[in-house]
Design a protein around this ligand. Sequence first.
Ligand SMILES: C[S@@+](CC[C@H](N)C(=O)[O-])C[C@H]1O[C@@H](n2cnc3c(N)ncnc32)[C@H](O)[C@@H]1O
Length: 220
Amino acid sequence: MTKPSANPLQPAVDRRQTELTRARYNRIAPIYNLMELLPERRFSGWRQLLWAKVPAGRILEVGVGTGKNFPYHPAGVEVVGIDLSERMLAQARRKAEKLGHPVDLHQMDVQQLDFPDRSFDAAAATFVFCSVPDPVLGLRELSRVVKPGGKILLLEHVRIDHPLIGPLMDWFNPLAIRITGANINRRTVENVRRAGLIIESVTPLGPLNVVRLIEARPAG
Ligand SMILES: C[S@@+](CC[C@H](N)C(=O)[O-])C[C@H]1O[C@@H](n2cnc3c(N)ncnc32)[C@H](O)[C@@H]1O
């Protein structure tokens, strides 16, 4: 089932896929930190890299999950965090309280943001656009809410363009979605371009460059 978006030029959000994604992350929420225990050893350095690039001002963090980025938020920035899953958000709230970290959290879909145009100085997301049902729609929303000249910073794992590994990732993807909630074969750099954002840099990270730190900005 789809619901038309407020902007007639914008494609509609796929309600069914979005609900499936929300339900998946609600299910995973209690064990998410455990599942990520080993990879997090590597991720923490990459999170630092991303947050070091975030400018001062009002920042939107998309898909906060359980709040893994909170320790890396630079001092003095005002962070608004959103997530589709209320159970992931509940964990994020607990983490924010534990750290005494002031972050304004909301349950919201990045494909249909409830924020005015140009209301943020920057937006950031880590390992999120692999699970957003329509990533291009979500990235267009970031382009709308970030001020012209503002930054959009993404840390994402992507499909590897290798003649053997790429098709293997495609083959394994349906199982990966069931287990982790994430697509392992998203072409996120291309999706950023398709959303009309200007890419300033792409830094390959990790084994086989499977992770990319993408720095982009709205075209306007
Ligand atoms: C793999 S987790 C990453 C969480 C966190 N950013 C991290 O680095 O650990 C993906 C997160 O994106 C959220 N998410 C997926 N689709 C979303 C959407 N359409 N809008 C907002 N959040 C979404 C999920 O609920 C989940 O918390």
